[in-house]
Write a protein that binds this ligand. Structure first.
Ligand code: KIV
Length: 280
């Protein structure tokens, strides 16, 4: 079934949990779509796991459009949500609408995600008014790593918890159709999830959220630079890939690959003639 803002809202209302994963390419999008994942997030985490940057700051609009369009080509039913990269919406409401529009027109996104609470509500309102659905992102917001002083759990004090609740209500009122909570204490995320009309999607925010998201390289054991505490490894694809790459090299060196079955034939006669000609 095709996932839309409305079907996701219905899941919130019926209590059916929402499954979201990051995705950055066509083949993976097809696999996730076939597995029934509800939302594919073309996260700016592609800066880390695809491009090898140490944070998401350097990711560009062109990077996001390129990967978003690839994912959109593979996603038949899942809703594709594409991250607005750093400085594509912070600069002005105008920039936010123009760049969200590019992610939708050129990147074929079904929705965009941006980081921040009350301070970005004017952007959320303007993007939604342009008929582009918005997911908000609160808690640990990686684009603000330099002001947050590192990647750490957020909203642990009463003041910070009050701010998180106020921000969540503010982005909902601004028109966001869902909100991601990253690295937020589980009971706080559960409490806020109950207070919101819109679905909450947690990453390091406990089981009380309406859905969950993980970076797929983390959940498949394909990324070992660092592994956050909230990650569960659902398969060890990293080891499988390592073993397959090693075997590939060994089989080439042993002369076992390619075998005749992997090649294309040519008539012996033709070859003999060519050899004779080459001798002349
Ligand atoms: O970019 C990303 O992968 C994200 C998730 C961590 C939610 O924003």
């Amino acid at each position: 079934m095709k996932q839309t803002v409305q079907t996701l809202q219905a899941k919130k209302e019926s209590g059916e949990k929402i499954a979201m994963l990051t995705c950055y390419d066509y083949s993976t999008a097809k696999l996730m779509d076939a597995a029934g994942i509800d939302m594919l997030l073309v996260g700016d985490s592609l800066g880390n796991v695809i491009l090898g940057y140490e944070d998401t700051i350097s990711v560009t609009m062109e990077d996001m459009i390129h990967h978003s369009a690839a994912v959109a080509r593979g996603a038949k039913n899942a809703l594709v949500v594409t991250d607005m990269p750093f400085m594509s919406y912070q600069t002005s409401v105008y920039d936010a609408v123009v760049n969200a529009g590019r992610l939708m027109k050129e990147g074929r996104a079904g929705a965009v995600k941006l980081e921040g609470g009350s301070q970005v509500c004017d952007r959320i309102r303007a993007i939604v008014n342009a008929s582009i659905p918005v997911v908000a992102h609160l808690g640990m917001t990686p684009q603000s790593v330099n002001t947050l002083g590192g990647f750490k759990v957020q909203a642990k004090t009463l003041d910070a918890a009050r701010t998180l609740l106020a921000d969540a209500l503010a982005v909902q009122e601004a028109g966001a159709f869902a909100v991601v909570f990253e690295c937020v204490p589980a009971k706080l995320a559960a409490l806020i999830s109950k207070k919101l009309r819109i679905p909450t999607i947690g990453i390091g925010a406990g089981a009380g959220c309406d859905g969950q998201v993980l970076v797929y390289q983390d959940m498949l054991g394909m990324f070992s630079d660092y592994t956050p505490k909230f990650v569960r490894r659902f398969a060890d694809a990293g080891s499988l890939m390592h073993d397959a790459f090693t075997l590939y090299k060994e089989e080439i060196q042993a002369g076992n690959f390619p075998a005749a079955v992997h090649g294309f034939s040519i008539s012996e006669e033709l070859l003999e003639q060519l050899e004779q000609e080459a001798e002349v």
